[in-house]
Design a protein around this ligand. Structure first.
Ligand SMILES: NC(=O)c1ccc[n+]([C@@H]2O[C@H](COP(=O)([O-])OP(=O)(O)OC[C@H]3O[C@@H](n4cnc5c(N)ncnc54)[C@H](O)[C@@H]3O)[C@@H](O)[C@H]2O)c1
Length: 331
């Protein structure tokens, strides 16, 4: 533990698994700017070292490098873990379920086993709205039944159970942030280059002069396209800082929190927002639905506001504009 952070909090050392990833890079920067010590552990399978330049980076896999993981926890006297490392491509998880269970579930077991042997006080887990599966029209709160429709969603839920059960057994604190659709970027270095989510897919198609494929135009939604809840990655990073402080000062012992804006945006509305940001038409065509896609998934984000005082401040235009700016610049 260090001294005061300048934000009136005590500086702590946090290990970020998957910290060189798109979200991890933003969280690392936010925690560091708040005065905390940040150590990154990442196998760089999709992560980029440039996102965490200047921070200690341990290039290691949760699954295959348990010794380096244990060593990192003790050498850096890690106080808390932000566990972001995971594979996240839903279609790939359908093709390679064993790989997803290995990376996301076995990786979490290895992390928790190593943490139990070190002096780790809390775990903050990166969960996903994918744990809910098909949710119907209304807003989804944290008590909504979990029924993931993909191996990816199953692994995120199983790992969330592991984090909770292990913390209960160890008497440590834990929280799970169930992110909805994360988008936008602080800058080009931290941008999402993975092209798994709607906005990067749209921006890449525009670059290549290709039509965007909209999966299904006959969903039971106002314009027939799927509806999701997009949250700016910088607001999400702020949610992590808020949760870290609550875990650290004992206000939060355990909890599951949705992180979204509570506003549904259809795929067609997103394409219109991109048109406004880039100032040119976004050509698209409607193709068949993708199996496993829910029609609408929008957060009820009241709990995190009520209990931790966090809410999103950036709107859809901010999200799209920042993603476009970051995409347009070379990293
Ligand atoms: N992007 C979203 O919209 C979204 C939504 C909900 C939840 N999430 C969750 O947020 C987390 C971060 O996602 P992201 O969008 O930044 O993805 P990302 O692929 O950019 O980041 C994942 C990071 O984890 C690392 N990693 C993967 N497997 C690893 C392993 N076995 N050992 C060590 N490092 C490993 C990768 O190299 C990468 O840096 C994931 O847990 C994901 O499930 C993301």
């Amino acid at each position: 533990m260090g001294g005061p952070t300048g934000e009136g909090k005590t500086s702590v050392t946090c290990l970020l698994t998957g910290g060189a990833g798109y979200i991890g890079g933003h969280v690392a920067r936010r925690l560091q700017r708040a005065g905390h010590e940040v150590v990154i552990l990442d196998d760089l399978s999709t992560g980029l070292p440039a996102r965490v330049a200047g921070l200690p980076l341990i290039e290691a896999s949760l699954v295959t490098d348990p010794d380096r993981l244990r060593q990192a926890l003790t050498e850096h006297a890690v106080h808390g873990i932000v566990h972001l490392a995971a594979k996240k491509a839903v279609p790939e998880s359908v093709e390679r379920p064993l790989y997803y269970y290995e990376q996301n579930v076995q990786g979490t077991i290895a992390l928790l086993q190593a943490a139990a042997k070190a002096d780790v006080r809390w775990t903050l887990y990166s969960s996903s709205a994918a744990v809910y599966g098909s949710t119907g029209d209304g807003l989804v709160d944290e008590d909504h039944p979990t029924a993931p429709t993909s191996p990816y969603g199953e692994t995120k839920l199983a790992a969330e159970w592991l984090v909770r059960r292990n913390a209960e057994a160890q008497g440590t604190a834990w929280a799970s942030l169930r992110y909805f659709n994360v988008a936008g970027a602080a800058d080009a270095i931290l941008a999402d280059r993975g092209v798994f989510n709607l906005l990067p897919i749209v921006l890449r198609a525009l670059d290549r002069g290709e039509d965007i494929e909209v999966f299904g135009g006959d969903w039971p939604t106002p314009d027939g396209s799927c509806v999701r809840d997009y949250v700016h990655v910088e607001d999400l990073a702020e949610a992590h800082l808020t949760a870290v402080h609550a875990l650290e000062d004992g206000r939060l012992a355990a909890g599951i929190f949705n992180v979204g804006r509570g506003e549904g945006v259809s795929v067609l509305a997103m394409l219109a927002a991109v048109e406004r940001a880039v100032g040119s038409p976004v050509p698209y065509r409607i193709v068949a639905r993708r199996p496993g896609d829910p029609a609408s998934v929008v957060a009820d984000a009241a709990r995190i506001q009520r209990e931790l005082g966090w809410r999103a401040h950036r709107d859809l235009a901010d999200i799209v504009h920042s993603a476009w700016q970051a995409w347009a610049q070379p990293a």
